[in-house]
Ligand binder design. Structure first.
Ligand code: NAD
Length: 299
């Protein structure tokens, strides 16, 4: 495989940015990797783990001689980071991001870049864990997972090709989707499960006997709430950026909960079992060996 960049800049060397860097380095697909970060402690970890070769705090210095930029910071900060780097980047440099919400992010970045918006291609690597920071990054996190690119009519063909090569270089299966389709889909399959997990933990914690109840929490509670251990900063950004689709998904979920609740309250065993069986059928399809989501352990 050909090198994806001689000098790669990763802005936000956390779980995703760090995992991308490790995967590319392991495959020998990059020359130098520069890290731009906010937290000194995290950047020290990134250096110690060999994820990046050097740290820059000043965007102008970070952008020097760079061929490719990956902005892997929380969704709400992506456009501002691009705005800081853009005036200093060489003409050939292509920019991509890792944000979990695409419509508002791509719109804001394109507005920021103005006439040079052709050098940006939005991306969402569909892989992750509830852990954050460079310490949690692994060379295998992204491997064999999907990565959705969301180019617009303004994105140049060269930018799409180089962005595709970057994420494919980390072992990802790259596909494209318009941002307007991406956001409602991920509101349902990613953002809603996180809402449900946060709400589930909150419900138990708010119950009078919470501390005692939690002592008895076993597999079901742990499995259903694993992602509630995720970063509040990152997820608040995601929920707010995708608020229209997320609030619609929450309303649909409340509707499903209410139907189950009513069947239970009315002792309507037939309706209850039918609803549970429908859900069981769909869930079992997800676990079947042929289904994409069954290939890896993480959602
Ligand atoms: P993370 O918290 O592990 O890493 C983000 C890093 O960005 C942190 O090190 C933080 O210090 C740094 N940062 C924050 N603001 C910054 C700024 N203004 N300038 C420079 N650095 C800054 O988070 P992550 O899980 O790697 O997520 C990064 C991006 O990837 C987010 O946009 C998220 O939506 C997306 N994403 C996350 C997952 C997941 O499951 N964690 C999956 C797919 C995509």
């Amino acid at each position: 495989m050909k090198r994806v960049a001689d000098r790669l800049l990763i802005a936000g060397v956390g779980l995703i940015g760090g995992s991308l860097a490790l995967a590319l380095r392991q495959r020998g697909l990059v020359g130098e990797i520069v890290g731009l970060g906010r937290s000194r402690r995290n950047m020290r970890v990134a250096l110690e783990r060999g994820i990046i070769d050097r740290v820059e705090r000043d965007p102008a210095r970070a952008a020097e001689g760079v061929d490719l930029v990956v902005v892997a910071v929380p969704v709400g900060a992506i456009a501002a980071v691009v705005a800081g780097l853009a005036p200093h980047l060489p003409e050939r440099a292509v920019i991509t991001d890792a944000g979990s919400v695409k419509g508002p992010v791509v719109g804001a970045v394109e507005r920021t870049l103005g006439a040079s918006a052709s050098r940006f291609c939005g991306a969402h690597p569909i892989a992750g864990t509830e852990n954050s920071g460079a310490a949690a990054a692994t060379a295998t996190l992204l491997e064999a997972e999907r990565c959705v690119l969301t180019p617009t009519p303004r994105t140049s063909r060269t930018t799409v090709r180089r962005t595709r090569a970057l994420w494919a270089g980390a072992g990802m299966r790259v596909e494209t989707l318009p941002a307007a389709e991406h956001d409602p889909i991920f509101a349902l399959v990613s953002h809603l499960p996180h809402i449900a997990a946060f709400a589930l933990v909150q419900t138990v914690a708010d119950a009078g006997s919470a501390s005692r109840a939690l002592t008895y929490a076993a597999g079901g509670f742990r499995d259903g709430t694993r992602v509630a251990g995720s970063s509040p900063e990152m997820w608040a950004d995601i929920f707010l950026a995708n608020r229209r689709a997320v609030t619609k998904a929450i309303d649909q979920f409340v509707g499903s909960c209410t139907r189950l609740r009513n069947a239970i309250a009315a002792e309507d065993r037939e309706a209850l079992e039918a609803a549970l069986a429908d859900a069981q059928r769909v869930r079992r399809r997800l676990s079947s060996p042929g289904h994409a989501s069954a290939r890896r352990r993480r959602p």
